[in-house]
Design a protein around this ligand. Structure first.
Ligand SMILES: CC(C)(COP(=O)(O)OP(=O)(O)OC[C@H]1O[C@@H](n2cnc3c(N)ncnc32)[C@H](O)[C@@H]1OP(=O)(O)O)[C@@H](O)C(=O)NCCC(=O)NCCS
Length: 221
């Protein structure tokens, strides 16, 4: 559903139990849980039956973006141009998602997270509070992708802990945890866990691995 404008619901007196696609809403102190039925809206707004009720989202989504339901988006979060939030994603309060950000299904994002332009968060990404993700940084979710083999059951998690920053164009190979307040420099490639407060920089020269034991062990075939 393209979003960004207030939703209007007419509370029906006859169609009890209709499952309106309600979003968690309202700047007027009325909190209707996401996925709530029209019964919930009636409970929340007494004497509203049969009247038109303006329900405003408590977060903003540019009209060029898509937000699939069900998903959770916290108060004060801003979603800018050309983003896609997929079903079952969770985004906390006061986050900012720049242009062209993808949040895949089941991704979890905490509060006050800043995501710059062109970041794709694939299933398996867990982003804690106060994290900064620089423009075009990449979080992978399959360590050994092959086009002809389906590996959807082999997604690995990437955990970015509270307060960490990931610089522009950095790549985090999945299965890694970035520690609290760690800093990943622009363009760095991270293949292992990063301790709390560490500053990680550089990509290292690429090495040829004639015996890709790690790939074989993970079923590269
Ligand atoms: C890692 C970082 C914080 C280091 O900043 P700094 O402490 O001011 O470091 P300096 O600029 O003094 O550089 C120190 C050395 O590291 C090198 N260096 C700095 N950043 C580097 C990087 N990302 N990758 C590789 N080397 C880097 C410098 O060339 C310099 O090398 P030298 O001593 O041989 O001359 C910074 O360079 C960085 O990557 N910031 C992220 C920026 C970003 O992505 N912002 C996103 C929002 S726009």
């Amino acid at each position: 559903m393209a979003s960004g404008v207030p939703w209007t619901y007419v509370i029906s007196t006859t169609h009890h139990g209709l499952n309106f696609p309600l979003i968690r809403v309202n700047r007027r102190g009325i909190n209707v849980p996401q996925g709530e039925t029209s019964h919930g809206l009636r409970r929340a707004i007494p004497h509203a039956e049969g009247r038109e009720v303006l329900v405003e989202p408590s977060y903003s989504v540019h009209p060029s973006s898509y937000v699939d339901n069900p998903c959770e988006i916290g108060d004060g979060t801003k979603i800018w141009h050309f983003c896609h939030i997929m079903p079952h994603a969770k985004i906390g309060n006061r986050c900012s998602l720049g242009q062209n950000v993808l949040v895949s299904s089941h991704v979890e994002i905490g509060n006050n997270v800043k995501i710059q332009n062109n970041v794709a968060l694939y299933t398996g990404a867990i982003i804690e509070d106060d994290v900064f993700l620089g423009p075009s940084c990449v979080l992978t979710n399959i360590v050994n992708p092959r086009s002809e083999i389906v590996r959807r059951h082999m997604y690995e998690n990437t955990l970015i802990r509270k307060g960490a920053s990931v610089g522009a164009n950095a790549t985090i190979v999945c299965g890694s945890t970035i520690g609290r307040y760690a800093f990943i420099a622009a363009g760095a490639v991270v293949t292992k866990d990063v301790p709390d407060y560490a500053l990680m920089m550089g990509t290292g020269p690429p090495r040829r691995l004639d015996e890709p034991a790690r790939l074989s062990a993970r079923g590269a075939g």
